[in-house]
Design a protein around this ligand. Sequence first.
Ligand SMILES: *Cc1c(COP(=O)(O)O)cnc(C)c1O
Length: 388
Amino acid sequence: MGEPEIPFNRPSIEGSELLYMEQAVRQGHTSASGPFSQRVAALLGEEVGCEDVLLTTSCTDALEMSAMLLDLQPGDTVIVPSFTFVSTALAFAREGARLLFCDIEPKTLGLDPERLAELLDPTVRAVITVHYAGVGSDVDGLQNVIADWPGVSLIEDAAHALFGTYRGRPLGSFGRFATLSFHETKNLICGEGGALLVNRPDDVDRAHVLHDKGTNKRAFMLGHVDKYSWRDVGSSFGLSDVLAAYLYGQLEQRESILDKRRSVYEGYRELLAPETEALHIELPSVPAGCTPAYHMFHVLLESREQRDASLQYMRARGVHPTFHYVPLHDSDGARRHLARPSPCPVTEDVSGRLIRLPFYNSMSSADIERVVELLVASIGELSPSAAR
Ligand SMILES: *Cc1c(COP(=O)(O)O)cnc(C)c1O
C-alpha cells in the first residue's frame, strides 16, 4: 500500500487558461458576452456547425433556455430519459411541462426509439436525448420516430458529447437545440459553465432575448434599434468573460485533451476486453460510424451486489470509482410532474450494475493498470467462480 489515491476526477490546467483569465480581468469586460465569450462561441459554432452559440452559466441553464424557447402551454408534455442527470428533466418541469420518462436501449444507454414510439401522443412537444458517456444515441432511429409527429422537437443534452460524432457529423448538430456543460467534471471545463447551441435560424433572435434577461439588448448592440427594453421572458443566463477565458484556454487544447482521454479509454478497454467473459462484465459499446467524445469509461457488472461490493473494495484501497444516475422516473422530484407513469426496466437494471472508473486527462498507464487490477480482484473476491 502507501500508493497515492486515485480520485474519480482530477481537473487539470491544459494550456493558457490562467493567462487568459488575467487578460480578461485586465481588459475590463468581465461580465457576459465579452471578447473571450465571442471567441468561444465562434470556435464552437465552427466545430459543431450550428447556427448560433450562447454561453450560459451551466448546462442546466441552457436546458432551461431550450424549455423556454419551446413556449410550453398547459398540458404540454416533454419526453426525457430516466437514465440522466436531474437537470435534463427539471429544466422542462419548471417551465410547466408534464414529463414522460422513456427507457434506454442497453447498448448505447441512450433513448430507445421503440420505447419512444410507444410514448408519443398529441400533447408531446419535445424529446430530449442524452448521448451517454459521449457516445451518440440512436439519432437516426429517434428522428424516424419523431418524423411522424411534426410538432415535436428533438433536443440533445450533449453535456458529455462535445466533439463526439454520429455517422460523421458532430453531436450537437442534430437537435433543434443542443446543450453543453463545462462543469469541472466534464471533458472541457471552466468550473461552472454551459452553452446553448441553436440549430434553426428562426430561433436565434428569441434565444438572445431570453439570454439578455428578456430584453432586446442584442438588437440594440447591433444597431438595429435605438434603445432596448423588456420584450419577453428570460433570465441572467450569460457566462462571465473570466470563465469564458478559462474555457477558451481549454478549447485551444481540445485535440490534446481528446487524445489524452482517448488513450485512457483505450487503456481500460485493452486491459479489460480479454476479461469480459471470465468476470461476467460488459464494456461500453460504440455503434459503427460513431466516434465517442471519451467522456468516461463505465463497466456493467453482473449484479447490484457485485457493483456495490466492488465500489467498496476499491475505495478501501485508495481508488475511487463511482456509480451513476439513480433512475428519475420513480423519484420523489419527478412524481408531481408525471404525465403518466411509464416503466423503465432497462434504466433500473443498468443503474444498479454500472460502475464508472476513475477518468481524467492526466491518468498514467500505471494508474489505469492499478484500477483494473483492483476491479478484477474485487470481482474475484465476491464471486470466486468468476476469478481466473
Ligand atoms: C452534467 C450534466 C448536466 C448538468 O450540467 P451543469 O453544467 O452542471 O448544469 C446535465 N445533463 C447531463 C447529461 C450532465 O451530465
